[in-house]
Design a protein around this ligand. Structure first.
Ligand SMILES: Nc1nc2c(c(=O)[nH]1)N[C@H]1C(S)=C(S)[C@@H](COP(=O)(O)O)O[C@H]1N2
Ligand SMILES: [Mo]
Length: 518
């Protein structure tokens, strides 16, 4: 057996190298597909090429560019790809003995790609997903090819003839072919799906909408560094949805159907919305899954058409009490009709902080309803509105144990100090936010170490539909401390200290943080 192998060793390396290269290609395909689908700015290969350009001394880079002209970038990417495949071949050869050194090679390549991606401008942690998935693919595919070739080995030794070796080789080639074909399908499929998405992104960026960005009202932001900004920037706005791949909707294809218990069914195009009166308002959106002290909450300046006006045109039946909204990807939710027809600014929103809705936040049109949790009101990629009755349907989350009605609970949060912070003893500024959308916050109080509650200073807000910043100061001697906060809304209700889970209709309890003074 030993002898047999040494005779075959040089020729025997080729299939192992091939296995490595196929694993390499599969990883590239997976990372490419994910880059396109998740709309990450650049593939890991491109990021590495860009990083190389960045670390190449200027004169050398210029000389090279002069040499190869406009082909510099494609050539560089081709070079990086070849280098990667060469190292993958090496990993394949190493992997024939033991997977550990092979995986070390892949891990090193993954680490280089991760560093390249993480040093690009505007990097988000999310951008690392294609690198992680590509590296995992390398491990899995090589492991698979090596283990199945090891399984064939004993047959060959037992038979001792060339026939099983041939059939073993054939089996190996078939496996390699299947992996390569799968990789090609994933790579090309992801590319095509992602391209639609990128097309929608591009036309979205070119849109010039009759909307404004809104300016943060004077006095809304308090001077305590570390409080989350009153306006949540779109890039940092929390995101919750069930979509693995977010819907990419071309504006020309978008229609909103309004039907059910109405006198006049309607179908609206994007243009129809633009031709109507725009309403703009500051509204704080919040997720029912937000834990006490959590950050699944964001405040934006929204622009859109009042849904109350549309429903008035449609002529709603007096027997209806609910509106079932459905998104392009089939998610749905039910909203109390009253919240869409009363005088609040419930919007068919087209813009967020003065920009067309980001694709992740529902482009081209979503609902925003002041005072209700997102899971019962804030449908993104909205395409269908059915006026109906609550006793006639259950929706995505209500059929999974969440409450049918989702009014937002009065809450408050401490942003400063952070939990576990080390601060210097003495007078310390503290602060955070409080919210009771569509009811309004009346007062916020905080207390240190179970002492008396102190009234907080409140930021000035334009109405009842947004969060309010609060601030105060505490005298902290050295040692460990606990700060608690509670809000009272304009109905006179003060937050209960009773802690409840987020299921079925939102958490309750006071936010407390522990910190150290020294
Ligand atoms: N189509 C669709 N819309 C949706 C959801 C979803 O899963 N699919 N999630 C809802 C939930 S639970 C919340 S809290 C808000 C979050 O909106 P955001 O991602 O813009 O912050 O969207 C709502 N709209
Ligand atoms: Mo949510």
């Amino acid at each position: 057996m030993r002898e047999h192998r040494s005779v075959r060793s040089s020729a025997g390396r080729l299939p192992h190298a091939l296995a490595g290269v196929v694993a390499g290609v599969a990883g590239i395909a997976v990372s490419h597909a994910l880059t396109m689908l998740l709309n990450v700015r650049a593939t890991p290969l491109v990021a590495v090429a860009e990083a190389i350009i960045e670390v190449t001394p200027g004169a050398l880079a210029e000389g090279l560019i002069q040499l190869v002209g406009q082909y510099d970038k494609p050539l560089l990417i081709a070079g990086v790809t070849l280098g990667l495949l060469g190292l993958s071949a090496l990993a394949g050869v190493l992997g024939s003995r033991s997977l550990a050194p092979a995986n070390l090679v892949f891990l090193a390549m993954g680490a280089v790609a991760a560093v390249a991606v993480a040093t690009r401008p505007g990097f988000l942690t999310y951008d690392l997903l294609p690198v992680v998935a590509g590296t995992a693919t390398w491990f899995v595919v090589l492991g698979y090819l090596v283990s199945s070739s090891a399984r064939r080995q004993p047959d060959r030794a037992a038979a001792g003839s060339s026939a099983p070796a041939d059939s073993g080789r054939r089996g190996f080639l078939i496996q390699v072919g299947v992996v390569a074909a799968t990789a090609a399908v994933i790579g090309v499929g992801g590319h095509l799906l992602g391209r639609t998405r990128r097309g929608v992104e591009a036309s979205r960026r070119l849109l010039r909408l009759p909307v404004s960005r809104g300016s943060v009202p004077p006095g809304a932001e308090l001077e305590v560094s570390g409080i989350k900004p009153w306006r949540s920037p779109n890039q940092e706005f929390y995101r919750i949805d069930t979509a693995l791949v977010v819907p990419a909707i071309e504006l020309d294809d978008w229609r909103l159907r309004i039907h059910g218990m109405v006198e006049n069914e309607m179908e609206l195009t994007y243009r129809d919305l633009l031709d109507r009166q725009m309403t703009e308002a500051w509204i704080t959106l919040c997720c029912v899954s937000n834990e006490v002290g959590g950050d699944l909450i964001g405040n934006a300046y929204w622009s859109g058409v009042r849904i109350a006006d549309i429903l008035a045109e449609a002529g709603v039946s007096p027997d209806a009490d609910a509106v079932l909204q459905t998104s392009d990807d089939g998610w749905n939710c039910g909203t109390p009709l009253a919240a869409l027809t009363d005088d609040r600014n419930s919007l068919l929103a087209i813009a967020m902080n003065g920009e067309a809705l980001p694709v992740e936040h529902g482009f081209p049109v979503r609902m925003v309803v002041p005072g209700l949790y997102g899971y019962v009101s804030a449908t993104k990629w909205l395409v269908d509105i059915e006026v109906t009755r609550f006793d006639r349907f259950t929706a995505y989350w209500t059929s999974r144990g969440w409450a049918a009605m989702g009014p937002i609970k009065t809450q408050s949060r401490i942003d400063v100090p952070r939990s576990g912070a080390d601060v210097s003893a003495g007078t310390r500024r503290v602060g955070g936010s409080a919210w009771a959308q569509h009811t309004g916050i009346d007062k916020v109080e905080y207390r240190l170490d179970g002492n008396d509650w102190q009234p907080a200073t409140l930021g000035r807000v334009p109405g009842a539909d947004t969060w309010v910043q609060w601030s105060g100061s505490v005298e902290v001697p050295p040692g460990s401390h606990t700060l608690a906060v509670r809000a009272t809304d304009r109905t006179g209700y003060t937050q209960t200290p009773v802690q409840t889970e987020v299921v079925p209709d939102g958490a309750t309890g006071w936010h407390t943080v522990e910190f150290n003074a020294g």
